[in-house]
Design a protein around this ligand. Structure first.
Ligand code: PBG
Ligand code: ZN
Length: 339
């Protein structure tokens, strides 16, 4: 029996936290983190040829596709609400050299896909990866330095990144996404784009990119594994908790239009801090990378986790940490899976 209070209204028992978890309707009412199609970026691996589709062994559900197939796929996904795509080139090893000159070839599969997409009038945002590891015979993210400890020659690579960015802009990229973690890359790319009249082309910078064990399957998919050494001389050390501040300040000062944190699921704390220290109108992206994708698949194959539930939980957690955009290989499936 409810007791009566002074105004003669029945006293409601105080609502307790568990009352808000009773039933799906109540849980949905209180959920404030959403995962919508418009917040997803889908990476696409493009190779030469026509009517080609090659599964990537270490990434179930991900294929390398030729430009014609890529454009069809993008068109179909756009009709389902996916609007942002990120292109990576898969290059014939015979065409790779020390400076990655194939990156500048307007007939490489990335350029072909951009032009075909533009000709097809796709109403999507096309991002192009801006790096050299997919194009160099040694697999590093720029031209090599004489000193092996330095690995990549920073400033020589900046000039080439500028050239690559202009070429991508000319083929129709809406965004170029420098991923090689070179000092000054955003400024150099901005300057090169503007000099060629591409002021409207935007830069989504890999601002915080840690040297990570989770990039393994991607190097399989893109064929860009370093032939010697590793990337710790240029990618960031995940044991440093505050270095993101330096990189974020530099990228904003150099003119980035968006900033990215990677890998996402093992950097949720950094995503939150970057979001809280980035101007509100600037998007923060987070890349749920290949190894994070593949580990979920591997566990699901063994029956140890439910793939759908785990994928939705992880990508929602990345949003909750503060990412406006989630780059994920799960993007097509999330169109069906997420709330
Ligand atoms: C190369 C690049 C990598 C990824 C995106 N761009 C690999 C690397 O740095 O070795 C990783 C993406 C993924 O693992 O899904 N600059
Ligand atoms: Zn690279």
């Amino acid at each position: 029996m409810h007791t009566m209070n002074a105004t003669n209204e029945p006293n409601r028992p105080t609502e307790r936290p568990r009352d808000q978890r009773r039933g799906q309707a109540e849980r949905d009412r209180h959920a404030d983190v959403k995962l919508d199609a418009g917040q997803l970026i889908y990476p696409v691996f493009v190779l030469e040829g026509g009517n080609e589709r090659r599964p990537v062994a270490s990434m179930p559900g991900v294929d390398q596709v030729s430009p014609d197939v890529a454009v069809q796929m993008i068109q179909t996904l756009a009709q389902r609400g996916l609007r942002r795509f990120m292109l990576f080139g898969v290059i014939d090893p015979a065409k790779k050299d020390a400076t990655g000159s194939e990156a500048l070839n307007p007939d490489n599969p990335v350029h072909q896909t951009l032009r075909r997409g533009r000709d097809a009038g796709l109403d999507v945002e096309m991002h192009a990866d801006l790096c050299f590891c997919e194009y160099t015979d040694h697999g590093h993210c720029g031209v090599l330095h004489d000193d092996a400890d330095v690995t990549v020659d920073n400033d020589a690579t900046l000039d080439l990144l500028g050239e690559q960015a202009v070429a991508l802009a000319e083929s129709g990229a809406d965004y170029v996404d420098p991923s090689g973690v070179m000092d000054g890359m955003v400024g150099a790319v901005r300057q090169a784009l503007n000099q060629h009249g591409h002021n409207a082309v935007r830069i989504l910078s890999y601002t915080v990119k840690y040297a990570s064990a989770y990039y393994g399957p991607f190097r399989d998919a893109g064929g860009g594994a370093p032939k010697f050494g590793d990337r710790r001389g240029y990618q960031m050390d995940y044991r440093r908790s505050d270095e993101w501040r330096t990189e974020l300040a530099l990228d904003i000062a150099e003119g980035a239009d968006g900033v990215m944190v990677k890998p996402a699921a093992s950097s949720l704390d950094i995503i939150r801090r970057v979001r809280d220290h980035t101007p509100g109108n600037m998007p923060v992206a987070a890349y749920h990378v290949s190894g994070e994708y593949s580990t979920l698949h591997a566990a699901a194959e063994r029956g140890w986790v439910d793939l759908r539930a785990a994928a939705v939980e992880t990508t929602t957690a990345i949003r909750r940490a503060g990412a406006d955009w989630v780059v994920t290989y799960f993007a097509p499936q999330l169109l069906d899976w997420a709330s």
